[in-house]
Write a protein that binds this ligand. Structure first.
Ligand code: AMP
Length: 390
């Protein structure tokens, strides 16, 4: 009989899932991966094995989130053939000041996480929804939350501080940082694959639909581009990234925007989508000959380059640059353009190695080692669960 842990990684629209066998000793073993999409016009749950072969393709005519989660749990029981699902692990975007390591979820924890929703309105409800559904369907099943903010929990002033009246800091208004599960995975990869690089001054560029940078040394976060919320920093698919706060005041005054309208504008209608008026997807924009698509990409690249330079400042230099996540792992063109912005820092890449998406894409002469590493947030979550259960 084998024990297993089911990991749910809720993004802003879909939920990635992964099922792991967890032996008493040794590494967790990935059994299958999948995607649960309850919000598109055609809700579906699809699961495939490690070679990509489809194991389960469930497309009910009408199904909400709860029904798809129920179908997932039933399928998991059947798949494990008498094995035992010992826990579910969840990616939770905001842990606030209280949650800085994985935690077993109970009613008190759930309430505290719910209270952080205003700080991550796009993600927090999506992360908590499967926890509630599983709690209702399998109240005895252990559930664990792992936090995107946790990797940055050591950040201290001046890095963590906003220049607003001090009293608000006591209320939790400070810079937290996000994408921590991804950064933790990359830190682990560097330590495992290239121990000499872990002590170097590294910037990790997590460039996906959400995008941020982390200045990292010895597996710890030194600075990062996101702040109190996941809006700050780089230009993203639909999020604005850093913005003069006066823009918000002006929108409120000129257009009589209330908080909900500002929230919708900055989280869902801005970024690549807002500037291009075409798409939030880099693939679509790169394939387009519309000048607005080019302008959106130009802004994304410019701000990413500026962000890397700011992260390098936090470490007084730059030795390693790592690209990861959907855009960072897959788009040679975006990597090349960001690196071109950083030519003045002595960063050089080999065009062939970059086009082939090799692990190391910098030239021998480059002052900075440039790597492309695949991230795996689910692997970090399963390890978080295992630590909690000893
Ligand atoms: P993630 O949030 O990490 O899953 O990344 C999703 C984003 O990665 C998509 O919205 C695309 O913009 C981008 N992406 C994925 N594959 C490619 C590719 N081959 N070229 C450019 N961008 C890509």
């Amino acid at each position: 009989m084998r024990d297993a842990i089911l990991v749910l990684n809720a993004g802003s629209s879909t939920i990635k899932l992964a099922l792991y066998a967890v032996p008493q000793q040794g590494d967790a073993k990935l059994l299958c991966k999948g995607l649960l999409d309850a919000h598109s016009a055609a809700p579906h749950l699809i699961i495939h094995d490690t070679s990509g072969a489809v194991l389960f393709d469930h497309r009910p005519d009408q199904a909400g989130h709860h029904e798809l989660i129920a179908a997932l749990l039933d399928w998991t029981d059947e798949f494990l053939q008498g094995g035992r699902l010992i826990a579910t692990g969840h990616r939770i975007v905001h842990g606030g000041r209280r949650f800085v390591s994985p935690v077993r979820i109970d009613a008190d924890v759930l309430q505290a996480l719910d209270a952080l929703t205003p700080l991550a309105p796009l993600h927090q409800p999506r992360g908590l929804a499967p926890i509630r559904a599983i709690g209702a369907l399998r109240p005895q099943l252990a559930q664990v939350a792992c936090f995107d903010t946790a990797f940055h929990s050591d950040l201290a002033p001046p890095v963590s501080r906003f220049a607003i009246p001090r009293r608000f800091e006591a209320e939790g208004l400070r810079r937290y940082g996000f994408h921590g599960l991804s950064y933790q995975f990359i830190a682990g990869q560097l330590a495992r694959q290239s121990p000499p690089l872990t002590g170097k001054r590294s910037v990790v560029a997590h460039l996906g639909n959400g995008a941020s940078l982390c200045a990292m040394r010895n597996g710890r976060s030194i600075d990062t581009t996101m702040g109190l919320t996941a809006l700050d920093g780089l230009v993203m698919g639909t999020r604005c990234g850093n913005l003069d706060p006066g823009v918000v005041l002006t929108l409120q005054r000129l257009h009589r925007f209330g908080p909900d309208e500002v929230e919708r504008l900055l989280y869902y209608e801005s970024g690549l989508l807002g500037v291009s008026e075409i798409s939030a997807d880099v693939r679509t924009l790169l394939a387009s000959d519309d000048p607005r698509a080019k302008e959106a990409i130009d802004l994304f690249v410019y701000r990413a380059g500026a962000g890397v330079a700011a992260m390098a400042h936090a470490m007084a230099g730059l030795d390693v640059l790592v690209f990861t996540a959907g855009i960072g792992e897959n788009s040679a063109e975006i990597r090349a353009r960001i690196v071109a912005e950083l030519g003045w820092l002595g960063v050089r890449i080999d065009d062939q190695a970059n086009a082939a998406g090799r692990r190391r894409i910098s030239t021998e002469a480059s002052a900075v080692t440039v790597l492309v590493l695949k991230t795996d947030e689910e692997a970090v979550i399963v390890e978080g669960c295992r630590k909690l259960f000893g």
